[in-house]
Design a protein around this ligand. Structure first.
Ligand code: AHG
Ligand code: MN
Ligand code: MN
Ligand code: MN
Length: 324
């Protein structure tokens, strides 16, 4: 039997037509991004762009290329009221009659670009119910209100992973037809984990709760947890979370004492919330040490947050270490 293509899937699952147009636009532009990535050095797209973004990070050429492509794509969709991006200092107003706001991380895992390793695009779609003139305030909605969230993983295959609030579906790009085909309909994360993902080099900068938690994982079956844990770190949240959606585990990017005011590295509105929406829709949990990420009332679009997500039972254990 032939596989279901993305437009058919959206129609079959009763996704509103105006939301379908946003998702299909993002899917189309991701194909263009994947083609630029595939050309790599041949197209002269690798390396630094020579500018800094609002977060103080050095932009790669592909951060800028992907941002411009997505911005142009969304600006051409009449149902998009406004957009916000990791690479844009301020929110960008689009169509006055649009009823969706889109936040995105155009290229996640930038440090992987120049080593031909996995990167992704993350997006979050929020309803718009504010004023005619779009302001940052209109975007500041808890992640639980997302109408859709997803990512595209540019790996050996290009995959689109999507939720519109009715579970998580995975699509693989058929590169002959430039069409995303449904390859996994009901993604689910097992409640227990035996794999964790964290950048271990920052260990000395974590809270004591996080240090004890990881130290107990590392002590394996002879330690308090009574079992061995494996470790993986791709350094692209998309790829690390994709692994968790495929085979389980826990992912964390914790608070760090070097920049205490930043509350972590990952950004709430275009990294933690969309990935968190997917993980919760797949039966996992998504927390900071203080509470569920999707319930946080955002204060600004580039806000950062510590993230603990994945296998439901394991996330609870990790949060528990912080409350001891
Ligand atoms: P981005 O490339 O969009 O700025 O995001 C990078 C993030 C995230 O994808 C990843 O989990 C993390 O940075 C990796 O951080 P380290 O370099 O500290 O491992
Ligand atoms: Mn960045
Ligand atoms: Mn990112
Ligand atoms: Mn990015």
């Amino acid at each position: 039997m032939s596989k279901t293509a993305l437009p058919e899937f959206l129609a079959n699952t009763a996704v509103p037509a105006d939301l379908q147009s946003v998702i299909l636009g993002l899917a189309d532009v991701s194909v263009t991004i994947s083609q630029a990535l595939a050309k790599g050095a041949l197209a002269g797209v690798l390396g630094a762009a020579g500018a800094e973004n609002v977060q103080g990070e050095d932009q790669k050429k592909l951060d800028v290329i992907a941002n411009d492509l997505i911005k142009d794509c969304l600006a051409a969709i009449p149902t998009v009221r406004g957009l916000a991006s990791e690479e844009e200092p301020d929110v960008v107003p689009c169509h006055t009659n649009g009823n969706y706001l889109v936040t995105f991380d155009p290229l996640d895992g930038s440090s992987n670009i120049d080593i031909n390793s996995m990167v992704g695009t993350i997006f979050s779609v929020l309803p718009h119910s504010g004023s005619a003139t779009v302001t940052e305030q209109d975007f500041l909605q808890p992640g639980r209100q997302q109408a859709a969230a997803g990512y595209v993983l540019y790996g050996p295959s290009v995959m689109l992973v999507l939720s519109t609030g009715k579970g998580v579906a995975m699509f693989t790009l058929d590169q002959d037809q430039n069409s995303f085909l449904l390859t996994e309909a009901d993604v689910s994360i097992p409640a227990d984990a035996n794999e964790f993902a964290i950048n271990m080099s920052n260990q000395r900068h974590w809270t004591s709760g996080m240090q004890s938690y990881i130290s107990d994982l590392l002590s394996g079956k002879d330690g308090p947890r009574g079992k061995d844990f494996n470790m993986r770190w791709v350094a692209a949240m998309v790829a690390d979370v994709h692994r968790i959606l495929c085979r389980g585990g826990v992912f964390t990017y914790p608070w760090d004492s070097r920049k205490p005011e930043q509350a972590g590295k990952l950004r709430l509105m275009y990294e933690a919330n969309p990935m968190g929406f997917l993980v919760e829709q797949a039966g996992g949990e998504v927390w900071t040490p203080e509470g569920k990420i999707l319930d946080i009332q955002p204060e600004h679009i580039h806000q950062r947050v510590p993230v603990i997500l994945g296998a439901a039972n394991e996330v609870k254990v990790c949060v528990d270490y912080h409350q001891r």
